[in-house]
Design a protein around this ligand. Structure first.
Ligand code: ADP
Length: 256
């Protein structure tokens, strides 16, 4: 059974078609990069999967359940686009923000147990933000904030992690660390990852599948198929496609 299955999805905004005839399956443990031009429907697709909007037609299944009857939303971690706060006095510390990621797993009363405390510390450690756990979130740099929001998204040990352009505010060095952390979650913990990104070259080293949108599904398949696809050479340009595939090839040749 696929972990996510999208069938004949169509989404309209104010009568205007934004997504049409979208069908694909994502398997447990996949790392999928979702890419396409601005306005091609990437965020809309993510929102539809998260049941945040009502499609005109089609179905989405998560773990085999229609998303309208799926209830375990805490099993999905979500990092929305532009999750950066500019108010330096926003009244929450790093640790508090990360703790909030556990609320979806609880029924009332929502208290933090010793086990929760352990999960929170592990998430802080994984993202390298233990030292700043008592700082106010608004005091941090964009890169540090992104790590806090990622810790918030992973603290409940989600099976699926969905990230919408998470690295736009990051400088290249931190971006690299961020991708390495995501890769660890995927390879070591088996988390299924859906990542919206323009950075196909960088993510292509880690992702096993690529989904290219342009209102319709232009391409969905393995990276190997992408590298051989003439259609994708038209979209990316042959040189760009070769460059992406060359780096990926080199990465996969590296000894562990
Ligand atoms: P992407 O993430 O690929 O940039 P989006 O899914 O954000 O694309 O948007 C797809 C299209 O839908 C764009 O033309 C955008 O302007 C439009 N759009 C997005 N959100 C809304 C909305 N809430 N209401 C109306 N139009 C929207």
């Amino acid at each position: 059974m696929s972990i996510i299955s999208v069938k004949k999805l169509e989404v309209n905004y104010d009568g205007r078609k934004v997504l049409s005839d979208i069908s694909f399956d994502i398997e447990k443990g996949d790392y999928v990069i979702i890419t396409g031009q601005n306005g091609s429907g990437k965020s809309t697709l993510i929102k539809a999967i998260l049941n945040l909007l009502k499609p005109k037609s089609g179905n989405i299944y998560v773990n085999g359940l229609d998303s309208n009857s799926f209830e375990d939303w805490h099993k999905i971690g979500y990092l929305p686009q532009g999750a950066v706060l500019s108010n330096p006095l926003f009244p929450a510390t790093v640790k508090e923000i990360v703790s909030l990621g556990l609320l979806g797993t609880k029924s009332f009363p929502k208290t933090i147990s010793a086990k929760d405390e352990d999960k929170i510390m592990k998430a802080l450690e994984l993202l390298g933000i233990i030292d700043i756990k008592n700082k106010l979130i608004g005091e941090l740099s964009g890169g540090q904030q992104q790590r806090v929001f990622l810790a918030h998204a992973v603290v409940s040990n989600p099976e699926i992690l969905i990230l919408d352009e998470p690295t736009t505010a990051l400088d290249p060095e931190i971006r690299e660390t961020f991708f390495v952390t995501l890769n660890k979650l995927n390879k070591d913990k088996g988390v299924t990852i859906l990542l919206v990104s323009h950075d196909v070259g960088c993510v292509g080293e880690f992702a096993n599948k690529l989904l290219y949108l342009n209102e319709k599904l232009v391409f969905y398949g393995s990276f190997n198929d992408f590298c051989e696809s003439k259609k994708m050479a038209e979209y990316f340009g042959t040189a760009m496609q070769h460059s992406i595939c060359y780096h990926r090839h080199r990465h996969h040749q590296k000894p562990n």
